[in-house]
Write a protein that binds this ligand. Structure first.
Ligand code: SF4
Length: 173
């Protein structure tokens, strides 16, 4: 097995690890999460993923991609008419943390000052429990998993280590 094939296999493992990590957060925030089958507010159009994650979907949804019609523009191409994901088990990283309170940090290139940002879907805001006051460990930290995905992309395609693919472009039609 070459490095590229190994990177592709590792995507499934990475998703499994991710799901294990987000499960306790989903349980913790169960009372605020309005996310359920049919709620597709986060499933916006024009999502792009690393090529290696796109290939993971291609390998598991070959028939769907060859024969099905993408959802109309304005929403993710993988949504079905009922608002459910047609590649739920193979959906990319970004879809697996949707709905959770998120935190990330950015460094000012001039001052090197670090600023923390937080966000959550407006549907999941609970009065009296502002996301700004939650302990950091109760939010999903954006950054570490993106770095791991980037490493896998580099192994998958060293010539194009930043290559991203639009989900809609995976459909034949
Ligand atoms: S791949 Fe699935 S979960 Fe992700 S945005 Fe598209 S429809 Fe939603």
């Amino acid at each position: 097995m070459n490095l590229s094939q190994r990177a592709l296999l590792m995507i499934a493992k990475l998703h499994d690890v991710l799901d294990e990590l987000v499960t306790p957060l989903h349980q913790l925030h169960d009372h605020r999460l309005q996310c359920s089958k049919g709620c597709s507010s986060c499933c916006v159009d024009d999502l792009t993923v690393f090529e290696v994650e796109a290939q993971h979907i291609v390998e598991h949804a070959e028939e769907l991609l060859a024969t099905a019609t993408p959802a109309p523009k304005g929403q993710c191409a993988f949504l079905d008419p009922e608002g459910a994901c047609r590649v739920y088990h193979y959906r990319p990283y970004v879809c697996r943390t949707q709905g959770l309170p998120l935190r990330w940090v950015e460094e000012d290139p001039q001052t090197l000052e670090i600023t923390e940002y937080r966000d959550i879907c407006p549907l999941n805001i609970v009065e009296g429990e502002p996301v700004a006051l939650l302990p950091a460990e109760q939010l999903w930290a954006i950054g570490p998993f993106e770095s791991k995905l980037n490493e896998l992309q580099q192994a998958f395609n060293p010539d194009e280590p930043q290559k991203r693919i639009a989900l809609r472009s995976l459909f034949a039609s």
